[in-house]
Design a protein around this ligand. Structure first.
Ligand code: SF4
Length: 455
């Protein structure tokens, strides 16, 4: 009987997975872990003794793919010693390169795209016969809504919940629409169920994930009832007043006042918004196909400050996009000052094959200029972050304890509603990760608020 044999045969099988890139990928690895454990695989942290090694990859910049190629060379040695071990490349690099990856990286047995993880068990069986296995079909429906993620490396306090997949925007520099396909939202009830289950298991914070959460839109096929992002946020916030709700990533063209008012209505929806800007120049924003202007963006920031005065904002910023000149660069520095970001993710433009920019524009800003402009952006952001933290010194924040501080086991680490990291002494008996405490900020660095528990 194939099923039992397979179950018995695979029961002892172990898989090892490494995840790279965005939080979406880490969440996908938890879906993959669930699919494999249902097949009798056990997760192991030890690649040397794994029967299946999986790399869940990112393709957002050239460097991300180089990291994977380097990692694959390191697995060559293990594979030589254990030829039966299977190596699989999953995620965005797998989707971008497809079967070509097998030609370029001989030790790879499996290539599986972000929408094909359900077929992993069959692909593994195929690869176990010595045949290279590939499935990179993108889907317009797949959301893995019925698969309960297996939390990997979890602190037992915070968890990510994906609410949608893919992206319908076509930002000129971005590979995501090609590697993750068209946008599709997950049914709201399965999201509420997953969050409720996490609450029952003692988790205290969920982050709702999507490439562009503001375009979340689910229509119940039976009732025809539609749920948009503001409604979903409210449903999740109503699960429990002690469940913190975060979300990422927002899009300046789609974020609505209704979302902001919903955030204002519920204290447990955290006052933090990640609002990528990418550039401050209208000319560059147009070339990037970001579909908004700097004036539109600034108006959104003002609206956030009006409705949510204590809300922190962070951004993604690209330095050195095609044809960017000094004036464009100064526009970016100015929009950072006007938006007063608490922190940002800042990168040099990296041309990605197959994107609109790669097809239409020349990557003509020299690496030296990209580097210098990025350094100026980072220096400004460091100052903005320090100023923002210094303004918080003296204030008391409700902090969710996540665990020990990296620096000292005598200190707790947690975050306030604004998603700022706070570290403070373990001065109060009986508190543990998952507890909320009132912490007064007494000092700060650019990246951390330092404080003490107040009763
Ligand atoms: S919104 Fe733009 S940058 Fe973000 S995932 Fe979609 S295409 Fe990429």
């Amino acid at each position: 009987m194939i099923g039992l044999e397979k179950a018995e045969k695979t029961a002892s099988k172990r898989f090892y997975i490494e995840s790279y890139g965005c939080q979406m990928n880490f969440s996908d690895s938890e879906i993959i872990a669930s699919i494999l454990s249902a097949e009798g695989f056990d997760a192991t942290r030890d690649a040397e003794h794994a029967d299946l090694v999986l790399l869940n990859t990112c393709s957002i910049r050239e460097k991300a793919e180089q990291t994977i190629r380097q990692r694959l060379t390191e697995f060559k040695r293990i594979k030589r010693e254990r030829p039966g071990m299977l190596v699989g490349v999953l995620g965005c690099m797998a989707e971008r390169l497809k079967g070509k990856l097998l030609e370029e990286e001989r030790l790879v047995d499996l290539v599986v795209g972000p929408d094909a993880y359900r077929t992993l068990p069959d692909l593994i069986t195929e690869a176990e016969t010595g045949t290279k296995a590939v499935n990179v079909l993108l889907s317009r429906e797949e959301t893995y809504a019925d698969i309960s993620p297996v939390r990997l490396d979890s602190n037992g306090v915070t968890a990510f919940v994906s609410i949608m997949r893919g992206c319908n925007n076509m930002c000129a520099f971005c590979v995501v629409p090609f590697t993750r396909g068209r946008e599709r939202s997950r049914d709201d009830q399965s999201i509420v169920n997953e969050c409720s289950e996490l609450v029952e298991r003692g988790f205290k914070e969920v982050t709702l994930l999507g490439q562009n959460v503001d375009s979340y839109y689910w229509v119940d096929p039976v009732s025809g009832h539609a749920v948009d992002f503001a409604m979903l946020l409210e449903k999740v916030a109503l699960i429990s007043p002690t469940l913190r709700v975060r979300f990422s990533t927002s899009h300046p063209k789609d974020i609505t006042d209704r979302v902001l008012h919903t955030m204002a209505m519920y204290p447990n929806i955290c006052k933090y918004i990640h609002l990528p800007v990418q550039s401050g120049s209208n000319r560059i924003l147009q070339l990037m196909n970001r579909t908004y202007t700097r004036e539109w963006y600034i108006a959104k920031v003002k609206r956030i400050n009006e409705i949510l005065p204590d809300c922190a904002i962070s951004a993604d910023i690209i330095a050195g996009f095609c044809t960017e000149n000094e004036e464009d660069h100064l526009d970016t520095l100015n929009i950072m000052r006007e938006s007063d970001y608490a922190y940002s993710y800042m990168f040099m433009y990296s041309e990605r094959p197959g994107t609109l920019a790669a097809k239409r524009y020349t990557d003509d800003v020299t690496p030296e200029i990209k580097k210098r402009r990025l350094a100026e952006i980072v220096a400004l952001q460091n100052q903005l972050s320090l100023d923002s933290n210094q303004r918080d010194v003296g204030k008391v924040f409700e902090v969710l304890i996540e665990g020990d501080s990296k620096r000292s086991a005598q200190q707790w680490m947690g975050r306030n509603s604004q998603n700022k990291v706070m570290v403070f002494d373990k001065s109060k008996d009986g508190v543990k990760p998952g507890d909320y405490v009132q912490v007064k900020a007494t000092a700060c660095t650019q990246g951390t608020l330092i404080g003490s528990i107040v009763e």
